[in-house]
Write a protein that binds this ligand. Structure first.
Ligand code: CDP
Length: 230
């Protein structure tokens, strides 16, 4: 039993529904939610805007490393849509960081060791007072290896691509299924094979295979686990 607030790490593949479940779980138990992927996306947006990354796939790692001290990332309190928004140097970039252009460059940017070190520091700072749910790729392995509750989420690439297409179309972005599926496969590959804290399942993670689970079923699964740990 843990009477004090704990750290909950939710890791898994791209578009597996991690963010939705982590955000909902945090709201249910009164914890802070941090979307670590949004932080990598914000750095990627900065790089694209400053010509350090291009949509064609060029990345000037040296220039981006040198610019890291100028990049500040924070989150606004939840607004009218019930969500907190990602702020890049104070500007609300929540919509832009979800674009296909950013998705196309985020995994190479997230593979840079300097970028990872800087964001890992910031993520640990967010978790200093505990009572946090953080989702990402390396939260239970690198950022918070001592997290009391670790979840590893998986679903097939096709199911994940279908979900992502619906999400992007709902936001008015005109994408096709193949393009999204290719991007998911490409990011899975980069995320699992990079040298610096690759996406791997922590030995003590609880696996949630959510291919055919509804959102309420997922929430029951998570709350049962939380109650058994807490
Ligand atoms: O929303 P989706 O699951 O597609 O991705 P995300 O959580 O927004 O993360 C975007 C990208 O950032 C991932 O594909 C990873 O390359 C990278 N990332 C990472 O390397 N480490 C994290 N802790 C979170 C994200």
């Amino acid at each position: 039993m843990n009477s004090n607030p704990i750290i909950i790490a939710v890791d898994g593949y791209s578009s597996s529904g991690k963010s939705t479940m982590a955000r909902d779980l945090a709201a249910r138990i009164g914890y802070i939610y941090v979307d670590s992927g949004a932080m990598y996306r914000a750095v990627t947006l900065y790089a694209l805007r400053h010509g350090m990354a291009t949509p064609e796939g060029n990345l000037d790692a040296e220039a981006l490393n040198a610019a890291l001290p100028d990049i500040s990332i924070s989150f606004s309190p939840a607004g009218a849509d019930g969500r907190q928004h990602t702020l890049l140097n104070g500007e609300d970039v929540e919509k832009e960081i979800r674009s296909m252009e950013v998705s196309g460059m985020v995994s190479p940017v997230a593979a840079l060791p300097e970028v990872r070190h800087r964001l890992t520091e910031l993520q640990r700072e967010f978790g200093r007072r505990r009572g946090i749910v953080m989702d990402g790729r390396d939260i239970g392995t690198t950022v918070f290896p001592d997290a009391e509750m670790k979840v590893f989420v998986n679903a097939s690439p096709e199911v994940r691509a279908k979900r992502r297409v619906l999400e992007l179309r709902a936001k008015g972005e005109n994408v096709n299924f193949e393009e999204v599926l290719d991007n998911i496969r490409e990011r899975d590959h980069i995320d699992t094979t990079r040298k610096e804290s690759p996406l791997v399942q922590a030995a003590d993670a609880h696996v949630l295979d959510n291919d055919s689970m509804t959102i309420p079923q997922q929430m029951d699964w998570l709350l049962n686990l939380y109650n058994s740990i807490k």
